[in-house]
Design a protein around this ligand. Structure first.
Ligand SMILES: [Zn+2]
Ligand SMILES: [Zn+2]
Length: 87
């Protein structure tokens, strides 16, 4: 599974990008932990997963993660969630 195609967005500045574009660094207090941040506004630990549907720029809602039989993890916004609005 490649992280590179995982869409992320920042609620603070509306940045949208891919997982590998995020900023990463070492936690200042816990040497074995990594922290990550928004490459646009530099906010730390704010990034959230974006909807996996191509072209969709909504953020994935909480608790909408499924593992399909191939092992891939899918995340959807409220529009594209399987139980979401029909229209
Ligand atoms: Zn940001
Ligand atoms: Zn969507």
């Amino acid at each position: 599974m490649s992280d590179d195609q995982t869409k992320m967005y920042c609620p603070e500045c509306q940045w949208h990008g891919l997982w590998h574009e995020r900023l990463t660094g070492k936690h200042p207090f816990y040497a074995d932990l990594d922290i990550y941040g928004c490459p646009k506004c530099k906010a730390i630990e704010t990034l959230r997963h974006g909807c996996v549907v191509a072209g969709c720029r909504e953020g994935a809602v909480e608790h909408t993660t499924w593992s399909d039989p191939s092992g891939a993890i899918s995340r959807y916004c409220w529009i594209h969630a399987p139980w979401g609005p029909a229209i």
